[in-house]
Design a binder for this molecule. Structure first.
Ligand SMILES: [Zn+2]
Length: 113
């Protein structure tokens, strides 16, 4: 009897080490702005290993070697109309529209556009 089995119960207990399914693994490390490092094993042939990972602290962690994705500031997501409305009131826009319509009817629209 092997020493490792001494004192253990005989029966259905298996001492065989389960080596599991062997697949090539690629360790991928992510670093967040707070310098937390998280490393995960991905299947080496996997496509689409994410460049970013949400760290346990809530920050966006970036894969080692990857570049930080450009964060589009919220203000660039405004529509053209929203930007226009910050510069002009509805009354001003109504006056401008009247002027443009008048120009179009007079035939001067191309010259003064
Ligand atoms: Zn973190």
């Amino acid at each position: 009897m092997a020493d490792s089995m001494r004192g253990s119960r005989l029966g259905s207990t298996s001492f065989e080490v389960d080596k599991g399914l062997r697949v090539p693994v690629q360790l991928t490390t992510y670093i967040c702005p707070n310098e937390h490092r998280s490393t995960f094993p991905f299947y080496a042939g996997a496509e689409g290993i994410p460049d970013t990972w949400t760290c346990e602290c809530g920050q966006l962690a970036v894969k080692l070697g990857a570049t930080m994705p450009i964060q589009v500031p919220a203000w660039t997501r405004r529509s053209h109309y929203e930007i226009l409305r910050e510069r002009r009131s509805v009354e001003e826009l109504a006056v401008l529209l009247e002027e443009r319509i008048a120009l179009m009817h007079s035939g001067d629209a191309v010259r003064s556009a």
